[in-house]
Design a binder for this molecule. Structure first.
Ligand SMILES: C[S@@+](CC[C@H](N)C(=O)[O-])C[C@H]1O[C@@H](n2cnc3c(N)ncnc32)[C@H](O)[C@@H]1O
Length: 323
């Protein structure tokens, strides 16, 4: 059996369909090794102090062009990192490059009110809090799942993001404290099939895709659609909605954005193409079509990361509510 035959057949067939000529490369990105990544947390320590500590702990790492805070390491480096004092103290956060991207590209300024609708375990919330230096108008971070909400609270505490207000709720039906406000930034880092995170050596990343893949994707699309519809309604005039998933399936990505654009006319997509640069050939625009679906021109403004040695597969779209 070769590598890709170990993966669910429906998933491999889907990848061939969506990636076309690049399918072999994308499959190699799912079946090969992936180098771990992490980021600095300047709420707890400056970059120079962190680098000194990492060197003292014998941790091999490389800066990544995504941001001044982004690093990659080796499997051994990651093991050492997770056993190190800076890690225990929240000076660093173990976070893939793709997962860092949405919280890095979202435009922020000091007065914006930020709502993170699907926040647990808090990787993006704490990166946003870090970019705001714990300042600004504050961040509200929500999640529905009790266990994951506890992880969110832990991450906020450990990383020193003390201006974040955390709320456990279902963001398809937000409580009055959220629904009565209008928000300048809303993030929907949506629950998804996770098909961009597939790694052959980690069956937990693909076992769920082995049975009734189509039914599973349809159930994800239903919840994603409900979440973005609600999020769009909460936007202040001129506000930005960031939608992201770690799925490769266009129905969970371009399909959800198209639904929203059709439904809510005052939304316009913002061009993310310049954010492809730090990722080289493994990044590109959204797909304009899939099967019998035409997504249209907005897809060119979206960003797709294809899985490779450095990062997982990811999708990001940024929409602005007109004034
Ligand atoms: C992809 S994860 C979010 C990861 C997080 N943004 C981070 O960077 O650490 C999606 C999250 O959405 C949450 N979720 C699912 N359905 C939800 C709902 N209806 N309302 C709020 N959160 C929901 C899940 O519990 C899960 O924690």
């Amino acid at each position: 059996m070769n590598n890709e035959e170990a993966l669910p057949a429906a998933f491999v067939a889907l990848l061939r369909e969506i990636a076309g000529d690049a399918a072999e490369q994308v499959l190699a990105g799912c079946t090969g090794d992936r180098c771990p990544a992490f980021r600095a947390n300047t709420l707890k320590a400056g970059r120079r102090a962190l680098c000194r500590e990492l060197a003292q702990a014998g941790i091999v790492y490389r800066p990544h062009p995504l941001s001044d805070w982004s690093f990659t390491t080796t499997a051994e480096g990651e093991a050492r990192l997770k056993a190190s004092a800076p890690y225990a103290a929240g000076w660093v956060y173990s976070q893939g490059l793709a997962s860092q991207l949405p919280a890095i590209l979202l435009p922020l300024s000091s007065g914006v009110r930020v709502l993170d609708a699907c926040a647990a375990p808090g990787g993006k919330t704490t990166l946003l809090a870090m970019r705001l230096g714990n300042g600004g108008a504050g961040i509200t971070a929500c999640d529905r799942a009790p266990g994951r909400f506890a992880q969110l609270l832990h991450t906020l505490r450990l990383l020193g993001a003390h201006r974040v207000q955390a709320l456990r709720c279902d963001m398809r039906r937000p409580p009055p404290a959220i629904a009565a406000e209008r928000w300048d930034r809303v993030l929907v880092d949506a629950p998804c099939s996770g098909s961009g995170t597939v790694r052959l050596d980690r069956p937990a990343t693909w076992q769920r895709l082995s049975f009734d893949y189509e039914g599973y994707v349809a159930s994800r699309v239903r919840i994603q659609t409900a979440l973005v519809e609600r999020a769009a309604a909460l936007l202040a005039p001129g506000g930005l909605l960031l939608y992201s998933t770690c799925s490769l399936d266009p129905r969970e990505n371009e399909g959800v954005v198209r639904h929203l654009l059709h439904l809510r006319a005052p939304l316009e997509p913002l061009d993310l193409s310049r954010w492809a640069k730090p990722f080289g050939a493994s990044a590109g625009p959204g797909l304009r079509r899939f099967r019998d679906q035409e997504y249209g021109e907005f897809a060119a403004a979206c960003l797709r990361l294809w899985p490779c040695r450095e990062h997982e597969g990811f999708f990001v779209a940024l929409l602005r509510r007109r004034r």
